[in-house]
Design a protein. Structure first.
Length: 249
């Protein structure tokens, strides 16, 4: 059985303040946990129902294992319907963004994306299309938010995420800066080239004026229907697909 202090500690990690304070976040689901075990992330401990014991073989010796019952899992899970297994993972030390890593590649840049589900879906999409890193403004939602982690479906361990003051770094960038806007050039007529930053804005407000003025290639996803706008995660997926198609020519 888990102690009250264990349950209290894990429940505290549902909140950003305590994730930051302890340097630990939560992941749930066997597939995601397996991917993090095989990654450069350090898994702290795993809490599992008895039926998952056979899946936990040949693990690194430093991972602590705790068998729990359904009532205990309900208390510590962030999900309405727990997936039977939960892990605590150490948050890695922030890396320094290297402008050299932006050359000969495409990088997504998120300006004020607030919804955890959107953030997680964008990370998963970036992983699918081979985008190795994402740059976020400092006011974007935290990537270790449980809803974000869940939406990435394990892709978080393969995509590097940086939080930066966007105007400060963009003004010195020497590669094309594309921005997803409503009145830009059609993406179908855009010459993506072989490298660039692709900026997507906040769900309601779009790209901030400070960042907008640094965009030298405004791009739009042509509309043929009547919808007022596209979800930011859907926009990211469409743009990534078009960039990938052109990049591979």
């Amino acid at each position: 059985m888990l102690s009250k202090s264990q349950i209290s500690f894990i429940k505290s990690l549902h909140q950003k303040k305590y994730r930051k304070e302890n340097g630990i976040f939560i992941i749930e689901g066997i597939k995601s946990i397996e991917e993090f075990i095989l990654s450069n992330y350090q898994v702290h401990s795993i809490y599992y129902l008895a039926q998952y014991q056979s899946s936990l073989t040949a693990l690194p010796a430093n991972i602590k294992l705790f068998e729990v019952n359904n009532a205990e899992l309900d208390k510590i899970s962030t999900l309405q319907t727990p997936q039977g297994i939960l892990a605590l993972v150490h948050i890695p030390k922030p890396e320094t963004l290297s402008t050299k890593s932006l050359k000969n590649a495409f990088t997504l840049v998120l300006d004020g994306v607030q919804d955890p589900g959107n953030m997680g879906t964008i990370i998963r999409t970036a992983d699918w299309f081979g985008f190795k890193q994402i740059i976020c403004s400092n006011n974007c939602v935290e990537v270790y938010n449980p809803k974000t982690v869940q939406a990435t479906m394990g892709s978080l361990c393969r995509v590097n995420i940086f939080y930066e003051d966007l105007p400060s770094i963009l003004k010195d960038i020497k590669i094309p800066i594309f921005g997803a806007v409503l009145n830009g050039k059609s993406m179908y007529k855009t010459d993506w080239g072989k490298e660039g930053l692709v900026i997507l804005g906040n769900e309601g407000q779009g790209i901030t004026p400070e960042v907008m003025k640094l965009i030298n290639n405004p791009v739009t996803i042509p509309r043929t229907g009547s919808a007022e706008s596209l979800n930011v995660a859907i926009s990211a997926a469409i743009l990534c697909a078009d960039i990938s198609r052109n990049f591979q020519k």
